[in-house]
Design a protein around this ligand. Structure first.
Ligand SMILES: NC(=O)c1ccc[n+]([C@@H]2O[C@H](COP(=O)([O-])OP(=O)(O)OC[C@H]3O[C@@H](n4cnc5c(N)ncnc54)[C@H](O)[C@@H]3O)[C@@H](O)[C@H]2O)c1
Length: 248
């Protein structure tokens, strides 16, 4: 347990299910108060309920990370309820896979809008209050695909590569204000997002993973907890791979 996370306030976007949901419970079990944001309001409320009995306050807020008024309302609610924001995890993300020649312009736009613009909007709003308090931790959930590329995921890979460039740029801008900005690049993690892949795609992945196993949301959560804690205070602008050795 990271003692210094007790009593801190965190926002997790896309917290209704999958990796985001596990991040919420992991942060809560470290003693963090958590705002769970998701476009799926019902799912966000379900996640929030799972932290009952952990001795922390959890607030569910329905909203779209790519919609500026929704993001503003979410940040306002966080400040109103908890008084501050110590940790932001930009986790909300989507895929709309297809080969380039078949990729629709709408699917390109939507993936870039949610995965990249969403992180921009949330970070911009949060950095304002982190700068005032002269401390903060931002963790962006990227992907190994943003580093190595992936056939059929040109839009998703571009959004995640963009998120890594965004992470490094913002890290440089706010480092002197004692705000650390890092990315976690998960490999193949077992969630709804990867469940829909064909068994051939899964097998191809497995053949390239030196650890010879897929990861769990808990593996990602352990990296996020480290990057959200004071143990990582001298680490910024980094991309931490959680992928069983897939990319090295
Ligand atoms: N599962 C993997 O193997 C894997 C690998 C690398 C990176 N990632 C990244 O991890 C993050 C979480 O992935 P997951 O596997 O848990 O996916 P998931 O599809 O299970 O969950 C994503 C969550 O984001 C929410 N969401 C979608 N669009 C949103 C929007 N516009 N505003 C707010 N919330 C929105 C969804 O409702 C859902 O609750 C994503 O950024 C994904 O790209 C996942």
């Amino acid at each position: 347990m990271m003692k210094d996370l007790k009593g801190k306030t965190a926002i997790v976007t896309g917290g209704a299910r999958g990796i985001g949901k596990t991040l919420v419970t992991a942060l809560a079990s470290e003693g963090c108060h958590v705002l769970v944001s998701d476009i799926d309001g019902e799912g966000a409320r379900r996640t929030a309920k799972e932290t009952a009995g952990m001795g922390v306050e959890t607030l569910a807020v329905q909203g779209d990370v790519s919609n500026a008024p929704d993001v503003e309302a979410m940040i306002d609610q966080c400040i109103e309820t908890f008084g501050r924001i110590d940790i932001l995890v930009n986790n909300a993300g989507i895929t709309r896979d297809n080969l380039l020649m078949r990729m629709k312009e709408d699917d390109w736009d939507l993936v870039l809008k949610v995965n990249l613009k969403g992180a921009f909007l949330c970070t911009k709003q949060v950095v304002r209050s982190m700068m005032r308090q002269r401390s903060g931790k931002i963790v962006n959930i990227a992907s190994v695909v943003g580093v190595m590329g992936n056939a059929g995921q040109a839009n998703y890979a571009a959004s995640k590569a963009g998120l890594i460039g965004f992470t490094k740029s913002v890290a440089k801008e706010v480092a002197s204000k004692n705000i650390q900005v890092n990315a976690v690049a998960p490999g193949f993690i077992q969630t709804d997002m990867t469940e829909k892949l064909t068994s051939e795609v899964k097998e191809t992945y497995m053949n390239h993973i030196p650890a010879r196993m897929f990861g769990n949301p808990e593996d990602v959560a352990a990296a996020v907890i480290f990057l959200a804690s004071s143990s990582s205070n001298y680490i910024t602008g980094q991309v931490l791979h959680v992928d069983g050795g897939l990319v090295m």
